[in-house]
Design a protein around this ligand. Sequence first.
Ligand code: ATP
Ligand code: MG
Length: 396
Amino acid sequence: MDLEKIIFLKYGELSTKKDNRAFFIKTLNKNILHVLNNVEISYDYGRMFIKPKDNEFSEVINKLKNIFGIHEIVIAYVLKDRELSKIKDSIIYLLANKEFKTFKVEVKRSDKNFNPDSMTLRSEFGSCILKNIANKKVDVNNPDLIVNVEIRQKEILIYFESIKGLGGYPVSCAGKGILMLSGGIDSPVAGYLAIKRGVKLEAIYFESPPHTSERAKEKVKTLAKKLALYNNDIKLHIINFTEIQEEIYKNIPHEYLITIMRRMMYRISAIIASRVNAKVIVNGESIGQVASQTLTSMSAINEVVKIPVIRPVACFDKLEIIALSKKIDTYDTSILPYEDCCTIFVPDHPVINPVKQKCEEYEKLINYEEMIYKAVKNKETITVTNAIEEEYKSLL
Ligand code: ATP
Ligand code: MG
């Protein structure tokens, strides 16, 4: 039988974006090639076809499952000869080793010139199956097996099942964002959700050695590595925040420590964003979670930057965030008990409704512009990939 086994992808939400469609598909193609180097890819406006060079179907599918912009992953059989009898023979051949009692046939005819029409084809294929394979029944409502046949311009596709993809948009088709990545539960989840909408992330982490340890930094690197899986590697900018934090601690009324500290983080994030051409800041703030995340606090903190700040988990309950962090496998790392630079300088009674004028007044007590300049100048940037983990796994 002249059938070739391949994988094809359905794009899902891409199809609603008419003008940008070609760009999205090209981006998806590039992203897939970044993760998979042993495949041949071709595509048109409706489908992307992937041929694993060394027949490693399951390995290829596992990787495709982590790529945004894919709605469905389908293992299909391609038949180049579009003659009706050949299609029927192929269906019977492919069904020979499938276990099912009930089935239905779905026909999609993207080549509208093909005769007969979809309805006729559906009943022809259905009766052919009933005639050739014993003890099978049609059930259109709840079949054990769906026999899909697509009539395309140059070939026929036959397939039976599909695997759900991640959905969303291909990473980087929406442009770039800076993720404020702490060691907590919320920010990796926020990052994941931004990547899902096509935002290519670079991350920024504020550390305060010796108040924060090397282990805390390693934890953030591990989280970055988990996100790298979806982001095609991730750049991590590490900012030494010690001097700024100590100066704030020494000079500013303690109830405003967190508010001012976060205003400094925002300012630095905005500078890095403009340097790397990122259009938004992304963070893990969630309304009402802590004193610095009341709406008044968010507003007092947000006012120091012009760049939009996206808060993907702003309206999520903590339990919802936790569920997602378990799904993306960041939870176990996030709950490791290493100190974060925010937690070590936490005052007993942080202000819940900070006043903007007071923030400005207090900030005059420290020479923050110079310290920010220094912190940005001394930043360390590393590229975190997911590959090391994979290599390590393959050695086991
Ligand atoms: P997470 O919110 O990630 O669980 P957290 O709860 O300890 O960590 P918060 O104090 O709630 O962090 O801070 C809110 C957001 O500010 C974080 O989600 C993160 O985006 C950002 N942030 C806090 N601390 C840091 C840091 N040290 N480096 C980078 N970003 C930070
Ligand atoms: Mg939080």
